[in-house]
Design a protein around this ligand. Structure first.
Ligand SMILES: Nc1ncnc2c1ncn2[C@@H]1O[C@H](COP(=O)(O)OP(=O)(O)O)[C@@H](O)[C@H]1O
Ligand SMILES: [Mg+2]
Length: 304
């Protein structure tokens, strides 16, 4: 089997409150999967169902080839919760030892693993200080080390970059990239888009408990937004431009259209010149994940 997560119609209601309406998705082995949506969309509840921490009201799912909640499968997963309750009297090193033991690790293997991870999350210098003195970013990083203790095949990260400064976010991004290189699969919940954009192979947009769109980020490569600044624009010209793409529109003195391929650009330029129109600007940009997010969610649900 080549998928690590497969669900059909997962649903979770808390009384009359439906947190997750219908979660049907597949995550491939070795894939970095972004689960994106505004606060309250049902991301954390979905992740907890996949981890076996919340029992679904309806639907079925398999994670790492086992039914949801399977303990053996859970031992091969790592989890960085959104709101980690740290044992804050422990030092960073003790905290990792404690959690390593919970995974059944011990002795030299555990010690080596801890030192390796402390270095990877850049906390060797702070390893013997109690967690209560750690900054938010340091806590997030030690939490991430905790999620990787068992060398998981599948890692769940719930809002891993929230509250982090840019350096912390780069570090998280690098760790995600390294996990993929090692062949692990990563499931990331996020309402912040910039870092996720560069690491995810595929994303699902979730809104009010439903996946509203799922896409591979590479797929998006074709679609470009073309922006033109022209000497003269009239209705006939706009109509003529429609042969090169869709959504031809005039915004702030510029003409924009969506083309399916960058290869259209020279054709547009040749056509405009043939019409005798002066070109002051001709630019093409792929849509950022943030633009897609707004398009899918609607302007009322801006990312945080
Ligand atoms: N234990 C719970 N009891 C009642 N409502 C809950 C519970 N957990 C989550 N919810 C509600 O379900 C919705 C989805 O929450 P959550 O999964 O945390 O969303 P997200 O992680 O996308 O912000 C929210 O409206 C939240 O208030
Ligand atoms: Mg959440």
């Amino acid at each position: 089997m080549n998928s690590v997560i497969e669900t059909a119609g997962l649903r979770k209601a808390f009384g009359s409150k439906v947190a997750v309406d219908d979660l049907t998705l597949t995550v491939g082995r070795g894939e970095v999967f972004g689960f994106l949506g505004p606060n309250g969309a049902g991301k954390t509840t979905s992740m907890k169902m996949l981890l076996g921490l919340v029992t679904p009201t309806a639907g079925v799912g398999q994670v790492l080839g086992a039914p949801l909640g399977d303990v053996k499968a859970r031992a091969k997963m790592g989890f960085l919760p959104e709101h980690f309750r740290f044992q804050d009297w422990l030092s960073g090193r003790e905290f990792l030892r404690f959690h390593g033991r919970l995974y059944g690790l011990a002795g030299g293997v555990l010690t080596r693993r801890i030192e390796e991870l402390l270095e990877r999350v850049d906390l060797l210098d702070a390893a013997d200080r109690p967690l209560r003195g750690y900054s938010k970013g340091m806590l997030q990083r030690i939490g991430l080390a905790q999620a990787l203790l068992n060398q998981p095949d599948l890692v769940f990260l719930d809002e891993p970059t929230s509250g982090l400064d840019p350096l912390g976010r780069f570090l998280v991004r690098d760790i995600i990239v390294a996990l993929r290189e090692q062949g692990a699969s990563v499931f990331v919940n996020s309402h912040l888009l910039s870092e996720v954009e560069v690491t995810c192979d595929r994303v699902a947009f979730v809104k009010r408990g439903c996946v509203v769109r799922e896409m591979a980020l590479a797929e998006q490569a074709g679609d470009v937004t073309v922006e033109l600044k022209l000497g003269h624009v009239d209705a006939a010209l706009l109509a003529g431009l429609a042969q090169f793409g869709r959504d031809v529109r005039q915004v702030d003195g510029l003409v924009r259209l969506t083309a399916s391929d960058e290869a259209t650009l020279p054709d547009i330029a040749r056509w405009l010149v043939a019409q005798g129109v002066s070109i002051y600007r001709l630019a093409a940009d792929h849509k950022s994940l943030e633009e897609l997010f707004l398009e899918v969610m609607g302007e009322d649900e801006r990312p945080g």
